[in-house]
Design a binder for this molecule. Structure first.
Ligand SMILES: *Cc1c(COP(=O)(O)O)cnc(C)c1O
Length: 384
């Protein structure tokens, strides 16, 4: 077993491609800007960015300058935008690598204008309007001062005006429409104050795109949908999960009734049982909470096998008593398809009391990423 055989994530780049095309289809005339922050939600930013670049996306969103630089150093020359905020010590790299940034206050405009002048480089900026997220972003009444600050800082080029939605339910939540209306007013006001500026307006995330927020804006920033997932409670459309998380049976043993297994002895066999140990734990992205109720499962030879006892840092224990011929080296699926059975990231999230975003992002660095390009049939078994 080489280290990368202990636990691995299979990343299906054809599924990613198909999901991106699906997003573009729904976006119509609007652009789709893939969001590949947090190592592309755990899927591996460089490989995912290459797929996006091949499909000629106009811009890729990232979380910070280290993510942007990683893509630049891997030969990605698509426009890159740091979605949130950049701090001063990141700015030199940002300017030298032509990376765009969000801005969210008059003071930031002054600061970034000064830094851009110092390096004598133009900086593409996206003005973030707070329409209800309450996090980064300028409030509506600050717009006139912001517009003036942009005029005073000619090294800053306004490339976008953006806002971020608070709801994961898109248009199914009335708050989304309220935010979008405020956004439209802000856009109108900025157009009046800065008639020369040519910027892209963007507010939609995956949920907003797939619930057809109207108007959509000039670009949609899609993250989770590219990976074949929509937030809980939304119809899943025809998206294809990109990631499967797998490991293999490293060891098994037969135990008599009344044998405790794992930390705190929270599971005790009621009958003679066959218990397998798998080399994946919470450091690798299997949530600790999956071990709290003895009701989560993994797949072995197409059968659901309960996770028993606590999830530990490097290992889990599963009950394979009912799986005929199960053996050391058998593949164990934490997320993905095995035979007729399937466990989605959403299933794991629901079981662990979290969201699928966190499940994907938590897949550890010890887990190798194996890139595959499946043949996608029109009727893939997910989310019928
Ligand atoms: C992460 C992020 C997105 C993407 O959200 P999804 O729900 O994954 O589509 C869009 N915009 C901003 C500002 C983000 O930080």
């Amino acid at each position: 077993m080489s280290p990368s055989d202990r636990a691995w994530a299979e990343i299906d780049l054809n599924a990613l491609r198909q999901n991106l095309l699906n997003c573009q289809n729904i976006a119509g005339k609007a652009a789709v800007w893939p969001v590949l922050k947090a190592n592309a939600y755990g899927h591996g930013a460089v490989a995912c960015a290459r797929v996006c670049q091949e499909l000629n996306v106009p811009l890729i969103g990232v979380g910070d300058s280290s993510e942007a630089l990683q893509l630049r150093q891997s030969g990605i020359n698509t426009r890159l935008l740091i979605l949130g905020t950049a701090i001063d010590s990141e700015m030199e790299h940002i300017l030298k690598n032509d990376i765009e940034v969000g801005i969210h206050s008059e003071m930031r405009i002054q600061d970034l204008g000064a830094i851009a002048s110092k390096f004598n480089k133009k900086l593409g900026v996206h003005l973030k309007i707070d329409t209800g997220m309450g996090r980064l972003g300028v409030r509506h009444k600050a717009i006139p001062r912001i517009a003036q600050a942009l005029l005073d800082n000619p090294m800053l080029e306004l490339r976008g005006v953006m806002s971020h939605l608070a709801s994961g339910k898109g248009n199914l939540d009335a708050f989304t429409e309220q935010q979008n209306m405020l956004f439209l007013q802000a856009i109108d006001e900025i157009k009046c104050l800065l008639p020369e500026a040519e910027f892209t307006s963007h507010i939609a995330n995956s949920a907003a795109l797939f619930t057809r927020i109207d108007p959509l804006g000039d670009a949609a920033r899609t993250g989770i949908a590219l990976f074949g997932i929509l937030p809980a409670g939304l119809p899943q459309h025809n998206l294809k999960p990109v990631l499967s998380l797998r490991t293999q049976i490293a060891f098994f043993k037969d135990v008599p009734a009344d044998t405790p297994v794992g930390y705190d002895s929270t599971w005790v066999s009621s009958t003679p049982s066959r218990i397998a140990t798998i080399p994946i734990g919470y450091n690798d992205g299997v949530p600790y909470r999956l071990g709290l109720n003895n009701d989560a499962a993994v797949l072995v030879r197409g059968k659901r096998c309960p996770i028993i006892g606590r999830v530990s840092m490097d290992y889990c224990t599963i009950d394979i008593s009912h799986v005929k011929n199960a053996d050391i080296g058998d593949i164990v699926t934490i997320i993905g398809i095995d035979g007729d059975e399937c466990i989605t990231a959403q299933d794991v999230a629901a079981q662990a009391g979290t969201i699928a975003y966190e499940i994907c992002c938590s897949i550890g660095s010890r887990v190798s990423r194996r890139y595959v390009a499946s043949h996608i049939s029109e009727n893939a078994p997910y989310h019928a």
